[in-house]
Design a protein. Structure first.
Length: 181
């Protein structure tokens, strides 16, 4: 197994990630609808929106997987975040980066993986939209085009979350303070 590299801008990336205030947050209909749609469009048993923290990969939304995080050092998505590029693994058993990965040799028995980076600023990748299958499969250019469109929607949801949080902060600071005097 080859652990993912650490991005050169890791400090900046972690600041941006934490600034989203999404880690360990409650489920969100928008993100959950997107991963549900991804599993249907691509006919895969699992899809996730991941956020790559310092030592873990946390799933903001996940379909077909019961856990909500895994160690970063064994994550497929960590490779996508490190490179800032989409990644497809057609057969994880034949890929030297992953063939002995515990997520391949054990549950959930990953064979196919396709992940697209999620950026919150230029060159600041905080996570992925990913697809996982338990059987090897091909992934064509048209498939990557569809995954890219869904990833763009995930990025929009991230930005919308930031704007909502800023609006709540603005409302809180603009609210009159009640004075009992």
């Amino acid at each position: 197994m080859i652990a993912p590299d650490i991005p050169r801008n890791e400090a900046e990336r972690l600041i941006a990630l934490r600034g989203l205030q999404l880690l360990d947050s409650n489920a969100d209909k928008g993100f959950d609808g997107l991963t549900e749609l991804a599993t249907q469009i691509f006919d895969v048993p699992m899809s996730m929106i991941t956020l790559i923290d310092e030592d873990r990969q946390w799933f903001k939304s996940h379909q077909g997987l019961k856990v909500c995080e895994t160690p970063r050092r064994i994550s497929f998505c960590g490779h996508v975040v490190a490179d800032g590029q989409p990644m497809v693994v057609n057969n994880a058993l034949r890929d030297p980066r992953f063939s002995d990965n515990p997520l391949v040799t054990g549950s959930p028995f990953i064979r196919f993986y396709a992940g697209h980076p999620l950026f919150v600023a230029p060159k600041v990748c905080v996570g992925t939209l990913c697809l996982i299958g338990t059987l090897p499969r091909a992934f064509e250019d048209a498939d990557m085009g569809r995954l890219k469109l869904l990833a763009a929607q995930a990025e929009e949801l991230l930005q919308l979350h930031v704007l909502r949080a800023q609006a709540r902060l603005g409302e809180a600071s603009a609210s009159p303070v009640y004075n009992a005097d």
